[in-house]
Structure formats: C-alpha cells, structure tokens
Design a protein. Structure first.
Length: 300
C-alpha cells in the first residue's frame, strides 16, 4: 500500500514541476532570494528539483539598503552554504545612476526596487524571474497567474494573462518581455510554516519572538531604528515581537508575539485573521489598490 500523502506533498510536487518547467523552457532564468521565509522555501524546493546538480539559474537579490542586518547575513550565508552564485543589485546603485530619485534619505525604498529589478533583468538578459509570492498575501496577488508575463517595460497588465488549464504554462515571450514565476502561488502562510517545520529549515531570527523597541502608529508596531525614528510625541516601548515578513525596514512592522518556536508560530498563524502584509506592511495600507499599482509599474 502506498503511504498516505499530505497536502504539503502535493504542493511540493507542483512547485518542483514548475521549477523544472522554468529550467526547461527559459534560456536565462533567475531565482529571487531575499532571505525571507518564502524564498527559503523556494530555495529548498530548488534543491529538491535539481540536486545533486547545480541550480540552472543564479540567485538574485535586489537590496534596498534598508534591509535588516540579520536577513542580509542569513542571505549571504545560505548562498555560500549551497555554493550557488548570488547576484546582488542595490537601489543605491540606481540612485547613483539617477534612475531612482528619493525625496529624503530615509524615504521608503520598497517601491524603488521595481526599477532596480528591471535594470538587473536588462543587464543580465533574464527572461524569467522566480519568486516566492503567494496568492493569499494580498488582493492583487490573487489576480495573477503562476507564469506572469511582463511587457518590454516590465509592466503587468491584469487583463493580459494567459490561461493555465491543466497546469500547462505558456512560456513564450516577445523580445524585451520576461515572465515572473510563482511556484508557491497556491501555498498559504500556514503551508509555508508547516513546510519549514517539516523540512527543519532555518530562517532569520527575526521571525521568532524577541524584545524590541517600538512605537505604536496607525495601529501598527513600528520598530525604532535610525531609518524609522520615533516622531514627536510618540512613546517608545520595549515589547516582545516577531516579524511575519522581513522586508524593507522603512515599511515593515513586527507583531506583538511571544512565539519563540515553530510550534508556537504555527498555533499563532492558525488563529491569524490578517495576512502578514495586512498586519505588518505600512506601504500596503495607503489604499486598496496600492500593490496592484506597484505591480503594474514592475514590482514583483
């Protein structure tokens, strides 16, 4: 009798199939690796898809310069452990070129990543960029296919998407176009944590409960850092928190939590009523369509 298969087995098989489709159909793909939990899962799936051989694509990270130091250290260490090529391009380079202009030094660079990413895609001629986006993160993500075609300007048109019946993916692109690929599109935040637990994956320490100075702002806990200092009249508190997502410091907030183990995080995630973006991202709260607008401009 065959062993009973779990939902994680099915999700894993689908994602591995998608990664192998990318390797087979694109000439110059890249895997976006930021060091966050979702990209850690995609990295493990790539190991299962291609080991003992080398990955058929490099790792690529677009560094805003405002990332948490713990995440950057983790990113570099994991790439070195795997022996895979890591390409890093920074928003600071785009600022020096004049392609990105900011109002102030501490302005959020999250949206500016789009320009740096498109510059990196043009520099290396990538025709596919693999990432860890999931449909349950945000409303605009739920509109997108597994293979998301971007035009010659890197823009996404939600009306210009290809059907993916019977898991058949159309990888054809015109000169100058490329595809964003989401192998864990059908996963949820809970699936990701269950997979991390099953595979015993290491993730940055920020995902676990720790004490940190924060201020309360617009219903969020804003970490006190040189990039996000307290405003006049705000009271600084030291609170036990953890991060559900680890993006740009300027727009990523922790949640109050005492979950210091995988088991506790799983229990907390089961009871969560907001997605990690809804609960922790300041820039996604500006409007109902903020993410969709950024995606149309080239955001991942």
């Amino acid at each position: 009798m065959l062993p009973e298969r779990s939902h994680l087995d099915w999700l894993e098989e689908e994602a591995i199939f998608i990664l192998r489709e990318v390797a087979a159909t694109f000439e110059r793909p890249a895997l976006l690796f930021s060091g966050g939990k979702d990209s850690c899962v995609v990295l493990r799936l790539a190991e299962k898809a291609f080991r003992p051989g080398r990955f058929p694509f490099p790792l690529l990270h677009i560094d805003t310069g405002h990332n948490f130091a713990e995440v950057i250290e983790f990113r570099d260490r994991r790439a070195a452990e795997l022996g895979e090529r890591l390409i890093v391009r920074t928003v600071a380079e785009s600022i020096r070129r004049g392609s990105v202009r900011l109002i102030s030094e501490n302005q959020s660079r999250n949206a500016a990543q789009s320009i740096t990413l498109l510059e990196a895609i043009a520099e290396f001629g990538f025709d596919a960029a693999i990432g860890g986006a999931r449909r349950d993160e945000e409303k605009a993500r739920a509109k997108e296919r597994v293979f998301s075609v971007r035009d010659e300007l890197g823009q996404w048109n939600p009306r210009n998407q290809r059907p993916e019946l019977w898991s058949l993916y159309n990888a054809r692109v015109n000169p100058g176009e490329h595809v964003r690929v989401f192998p864990i599109s059908n996963w949820t935040e809970l699936d990701v944590w269950q997979y991390i637990a099953r595979e015993q994956l290491e993730v940055p320490s920020l995902y676990y409960a720790h004490r940190r100075e924060v201020v309360r702002r617009r219903g969020l806990l804003v970490p006190v850092t040189p990039i996000t200092p307290p405003r006049v009249g705000e009271a600084v508190e030291e609170v036990s928190v953890r991060f559900r997502t680890v993006g740009d410091i300027s727009c990523t907030c922790p949640v109050e939590s005492g979950a210091s183990s995988i088991e506790e995080i799983l229990a907390e995630t089961v009871g969560a009523r907001l997605t990690e973006r809804g609960a922790t991202r300041m820039d996604d709260q500006t409007s109902e369509v903020s993410m969709e607008l950024r995606k149309k401009e080239g955001y991942f």
